[in-house]
Design a protein. Sequence first.
Length: 169
Amino acid sequence: MDAARNVYRQPVVEMVLLFCVAFQICSGLWFVVRGWKQRQGLLPWLQAASGAYLAFFLLVHVGAVLFGRSVLNLDTNFYYAAAGLHVPPNQFFFAPYYLLAVFALFTHLGCAAYWQFQNASRSVRTISVAVPMLVGGIVSLLIVLSLAGMLQPVEIPAKYKATYGHKVG
Ligand code: HEM
């Protein structure tokens, strides 16, 4: 992340990135609402549901990052992302929140792949969604286990836990 920050934290790059996030949220929600009555079958609903969740997640996630950086004056790093999982009962929100985010991202990309294979056989189209969903399920689980300190030891600094009202000592 430190290396990537040299690029995405350049003010111009970050402004473009944040504009893309806002555009993605607005255009995505517009598609969800516009197609509500025409949508038939599992795949269009999977695409709409994963997109709607990504819109919710992006809004909360990017809002939290900007808030953490500008108001809480915290370095929005691994500890910032992981802290919620280490102050009970917040893990009951953060575990599904992150699991669904990564799973929704892979599912949404799988749905896009599905439409690219419209002329292929049914099994090829099914695989184009099922494989990303399976990979997304595994990746999301590994990320959340890692954030929760179940794959490697994680000691969250007190100032990050304090954002959840955790008393020091
Ligand atoms: C469990 C999964 C995730 C974790 C732990 C995580 C963690 C983080 C962290 C720590 C930052 C702050 C980066 C910084 O301050 O330099 C961040 C920013 C961001 N994340 Fe995530 N993220 C996750 C999933 C996602 C997903 C699925 C998306 C998109 C679909 C996403 C989009 C973003 C965006 C757009 C930013 C803002 C970048 C900026 O302008 O600083 N994240 N994330």
